[in-house]
Design a protein around this ligand. Structure first.
Ligand code: FE2
Ligand code: FE2
Length: 402
């Protein structure tokens, strides 16, 4: 049980309120940020616990989004319990003797083993008056007697309402942003699926290259944002194949020079098609990265013949993932290579070597990227299922914010 003084100074209150505002307007991961802001809110009204409920419009329910002492998500109907009453009536509800109040629902206490005595619940509304959720404080602390609870005051309600209003604006934006993200991602996945469907000889190639790229990027310790950029670039890397005639794309035997040129043009097509998408600032590099998956460090790749540092890490990762997937995949005209053999091939490509046509060849792929792949393979005992897991479209569609 917390043991805090019964009231805090006005300066401290102002400090907390400002800090709350600051915290909540930082666009980082939503949940930890809200959790931290809630700690401030708890101190501000001298409560033992705070809970943030979000409204689920479809089911007319509230569900716990962030809260102390909560195990799994708790759902209640709007209108049920103190939080439910605040949501239904759209005004603050204060209950200072929970077990004698008809509004109080002891179910949550039963499940969590916590004893609620006093509650303060404030609805959060969007700018157009839609219910976003409920901001709730539990057990006003009377710091002078440890374990004994006090009553929430009118001042607490006012303070808490201010915080609920700030949180509401922020959550409304976050929810809108999340919806847009989902829409964008579902669009991207549909594009990618259309390529894998068209190119049946290499079905699932896009998916697996995505899984490999994401796993390698994570293994290399890249930031979450960079991993997401790589994921989307990988999903779209062969999108230009949509513009390659089926008889070339699906030809089982070797290609004529002209057909090979046509096949290679898929990269430029990818870049041109992706440039038409209005990517956000963070994703602006996607067309460029996606267009680098056939570049080689010695400059012998295509379409631009970029060399060394001209190929950023994101592009190098895509290249290794693409080669490894192609080597290990069984296609109608060839048996897929065993994992150790494919890895050995990649290792050769990290050094100056003689290619399979006996021509001297420079370094094609980044040894650090191959090392990262090797570490994953060793850990997974060469089982490729881990990449299938990482490539799930569902993961791609998962909201990054909420
Ligand atoms: Fe490609
Ligand atoms: Fe590819």
């Amino acid at each position: 049980m917390n043991n805090r003084p019964d009231s805090i100074s006005d300066t401290r209150k102002l400090q907390l309120l400002l800090r709350f505002n600051q915290l909540i307007s930082r666009r980082i991961e939503l949940k930890p940020m809200i959790a931290e802001a809630m700690t401030q809110a708890r101190e501000l009204v001298n409560a033992d616990r705070t809970t943030l409920w979000l409204a689920d419009e479809e089911s007319s329910e509230l569900y716990t989004f962030v809260g102390e002492g909560l195990g799994e998500e708790v759902r209640i109907r709007i209108g049920e319990g103190v939080a439910g009453a605040a949501a239904k009536e759209r005004h603050a509800v204060v209950v200072n003797d929970a077990y004698s109040s008809p509004l109080f629902n002891p179910e949550v206490d039963k499940r969590s083993g916590y004893k609620t005595e006093s509650l303060l619940a404030v609805p959060m509304e969007s700018t157009d008056g839609k219910l976003i959720g409920v901001f709730q404080a539990i057990n006003r602390l009377d710091g002078f007697t440890a374990g004994k609870h006090g009553a929430f005051t009118e001042e607490d309600t006012e303070m808490f309402s201010s915080m609920a209003a700030i949180a509401a604006v922020f959550l409304e934006n976050a929810v809108l942003y999340d919806e847009q993200q989902r829409q964008f991602r579902s669009f991207i996945v549909t594009l990618a699926q259309s390529v894998d469907t068209k190119d049946q000889t290499t079905s699932n190639h896009t998916k697996l290259v995505t899984g490999l790229s994401v796993a390698i990027a994570q293994e290399m310790g890249l930031s979450k944002r960079t991993v997401e950029r790589i994921r989307i670039a990988a999903v779209l890397h062969d999108y230009g194949k949509i513009g390659i005639p089926d008889n070339v794309l699906q030809k089982p035997g070797s290609l004529t020079d002209e057909e090979r040129e046509m096949m290679r043009s898929h990269v430029l097509k990818t870049i041109l098609l992706l440039r038409r998408i209005n990517f956000s600032r963070e994703l602006r590099d996607i067309p460029r990265i996606a267009g680098m998956h056939h570049e080689k460090l010695d400059g012998s790749g295509y379409p631009f013949g970029l060399q060394g540092d001209e190929i950023p890490l994101e592009g190098r990762i895509l290249a290794v993932a693409d080669i490894f997937q192609a080597l290990t995949q069984t296609r109608p005209y060839k048996q897929g290579m065993a994992v150790p053999q494919a890895l050995a091939e990649l290792r050769v490509m990290t050094t100056e070597h003689v290619d399979r046509y006996d021509n001297p060849s420079g370094i094609h792929v980044d040894p650090l990227v191959v090392d990262a792949l090797a570490r994953i393979l060793e850990r997974e005992s060469n089982d490729l299922r881990v990449f299938e897991e990482a490539s799930k479209w569902e993961a791609m569609l998962q909201g990054q914010i909420i």
